[in-house]
Design a protein around this ligand. Structure first.
Ligand code: NAD
Ligand code: DAU
Length: 361
């Protein structure tokens, strides 16, 4: 019988890249994708795979206990890779409710369903796994030096990161209390195809093409550690197949950049690749410093030596390769971007960024 992986949130940015990765790299496996199709979930991300014989899509909410329980038995789920979440920090500041519901309660419902099916109905095998995809944001904010290791104490500072930290604790508790075969990953900022344009890189790429303001929060000196999404997918599969049960693995790109560096690089790449702005103005001229994000974490940086040492994973893409591929993908897929912007995103975009750009400093 083929190995069946229940992917949650597979129509989002990383989830869609992961479903693609699995169907290519593990052709003998079956993938069941449950996604609620929130504003961030987009079936167009997997449209070409809709009829793939090893792929099934279920439009549903991970908080729907009956549905989730049914999925385990109907598909005889061997592994869960849990991406589904509310993922945007700014939204968690303006409306935390959905973050608590999906990220905490939803994770709890999935854990209970796995426990009922694998342990309660004695369907657990040596290959059963519950892999929880989490974030480096649970560790808080770094000063100018140092790195997050797996031992760094949790110190979440936004409703988003607090909800992810809470779900991480639940996942660990199910290992210690019930012996559920869990794994955790805490990854740094991803970039690549299919990312919703509320996040820095696709937002800037879209605005810079259209000659719109490029909003940079605060002084632009906040640092993120960027990883190409395909490298993240490969790391997750490595942890799923070889990780020590109950363990967590930090995943990062060894690639710290300030937000200003990222935005300037994207401007320069677009200036090289597409028609100039009217009057030949460089796209850097669109940069607009706006009011800072409340509680904005200053610096994230991952020490990924555990996964490198124990599982032999390292990123394959250099930042230069990954960002070039990313820019080319967004340029070649303008219709994807247009579809997203014509949808429910538009109202949010105008309310958030319309207001912020008026707050120029
Ligand atoms: P995303 O917002 O692009 O996608 C989230 C997906 O989950 C969407 O398809 C959405 O429809 C779905 N979803 C939301 N609520 C749901 C619910 N109640 N039931 C079923 N589906 C639901 O997010 P992303 O950037 O792809 O992140 C995926 C996961 O990876 C998240 O758990 C996030 O915390 C984690 N993560 C993200 C990054 C990053 O840089 N993007 C880095 C580290 C970890
Ligand atoms: O570190 C992992 C996390 O990375 C994930 O857990 C989150 O799900 C993911 O959204 C991402 O969080 P960030 O808050 O770091 O990503 P975002 O793209 O929102 O912002 C990146 C940085 O850019 C951050 O310092 C805020 C800044 N920023 C963002 C936007 C959208 C701006 O300066 N201007 C902007 O318009």
């Amino acid at each position: 019988m083929s190995y069946t992986v229940l992917v949650t949130g597979g129509c989002g940015f990383i989830g869609a890249n992961f479903v693609r990765y699995l169907l290519t790299e593990r052709p003998d496996w079956r993938v069941v994708n449950i996604d609620k199709l929130t504003y961030a979930g987009n079936q167009a991300n997997l449209a070409d795979l809709a009829d793939h014989p090893a792929y099934s899509f279920v439009h549903g909410d991970i908080c729907d206990e009956a549905l989730v329980n049914d999925l385990f038995s109907r598909h005889n789920v061997h592994a869960v890779v849990h991406f589904a979440a509310e993922s945007h920090v700014d939204r968690s500041i303006t409306g935390p409710d959905a973050f608590i519901r999906t990220n905490i309660n939803g994770t709890f419902i999935l854990l209970e369903a796995a426990r009922n099916y694998w342990l309660g109905q004695q369907r657990q095998t040596d290959a059963s796994r519950f892999l929880h995809v989490s974030t480096d944001e649970v560790f808080g904010s770094l000063g100018p030096t140092g790195y997050f290791t797996e031992e760094t104490p949790y110190d979440p500072r936004s409703p988003y990161s607090a909800s992810k930290a809470s779900s991480d604790h639940l996942v660990r508790a199910y290992f210690h209390t019930y012996g559920l075969p869990v794994l955790l990953t805490n990854c740094s900022n991803n970039y690549g195809p299919y990312q919703f344009p509320e996040k820095l890189i696709p937002l800037i790429l879209n605005n810079a093409q259209e000659g719109k303001a490029l909003p940079i929060y605060g002084d632009g000196k906040n640092v993120r550690d960027w990883l190409y999404v395909v490298d993240h997918c490969e790391a997750i599969v490595r942890v799923l197949e070889q990780g020590a049960l109950g363990g967590s693995y930090n995943i990062g790109g060894h690639n710290e950049k300030t937000n200003l560096d990222i935005v300037e690089l994207l401007c320069d790449l677009l200036d090289k690749k597409i028609a100039p702005l009217p009057g030949n103005a460089p796209r850097r001229s669109l940069i607009t410093f706006v009011r800072d994000r409340p509680g904005h974490d200053r610096r994230y940086a991952i020490d990924a030596s555990k996964i490198e040492r124990e599982l032999g994973w390292r990123p394959k893409y250099t930042f230069e390769q990954g960002i070039e591929e990313t820019v080319d993908w967004y340029l070649a897929n303008r219709s994807w971007m247009a579809g997203v912007l014509n949808g429910s995103y538009q109202k949010y975009y105008e309310s958030m960024y319309g207001a912020r750009t008026e707050d120029k400093e």
